[in-house]
Ligand binder design. Sequence first.
Ligand code: ZN
Length: 351
Amino acid sequence: MNSTSEGPLGLLDRLARGPLLCAEGYLFELERRGHLQAGAYVPEVVLEHPAEVRALHRQFVHAGSDVVEAFTYYGHREKLRLIGKEDLLEPLNRQALDIAEGVARESGALLAGNICNTNVFDPGDRETSRQVRGMFSEQVAWAAEAGVDFVIGETYSYASEALVALEVVQQAELPAVITLAIHRDPETREGWSPAEACRRLADAGADVVGLNCIRGPATLLPLLADVVAAVDVPVAALPVPYRTTADEPSFQSLRDPSYDGYPGDRPFPTALDPFMCTRYEIADFTRAARELGVSYFGVCCGAGPHHIRSMAEALDRTPPASRYSADMSKHAFLGSDAALKQHNLAYGRSY
Ligand SMILES: [Zn+2]
């Protein structure tokens, strides 16, 4: 629902008051938990283990997310066709929206619908634009029926596909958050700079524009200043929580010299653990991006609730999970509390 004078604040009103946090990364987290298959990456978990999806929504809100994003990422017609289960398209989308709505309503968080890259779009083939428009339209219609506050269109490596997504969301008269995926080369697949692509999206009426997924904090951050300068709408930044580098700027391009047995000869996507950012690195990114003028925050594939809490705290929030944020003063070996045993503290200085 959009804001009214009496009702809860909508997306744009909340952004006008300060930064917004939207936890993502459902695909990777539910894969790690053993409820979703890497490879096809279709969110059948929504139908098969709805309680797991509901629990993760709740954990992200507990950690500070202002938004519950319905888990319809890769729940589009092309993905369901790929696994031979097109008949599940509508039930999956409706159930994902229903689960998310429940958590949003109980917590007061915003409810977001979600569409994403289709892997069908080809800028050289006009027929594919028509196809992806159809795929977006059916998902956005279900999201609208579920009463979402806004729709997130994300992870587009073709900005032209993102523009189609934006049009569809606008036709449903819903606010649109549109974010692009920037891979190894710092440009979209059409060859537009992130700033140019975001400017085109903002000019076309997107309410929030920015970048999500693919790049970790270290290689997403350098792209953000130009994006902020190019648009006059709120800018979103949702990195993956991995230690990408100038030489290996995307999580697909990361290589692990300490192990040579990975399937496909690369850590992506199931062996990225050695590259995981700490909560402190996520907090540093959050403060740096805030300084640049970013106002819509999140962490994408790989995020855990501890990353979201850290991001929330870096935005000067104290979400419920902050009740359990680290306090080492009472640690038996590393603490400072007067009640601690001196022989343990002495031992701790060398252990
Ligand atoms: Zn992602």
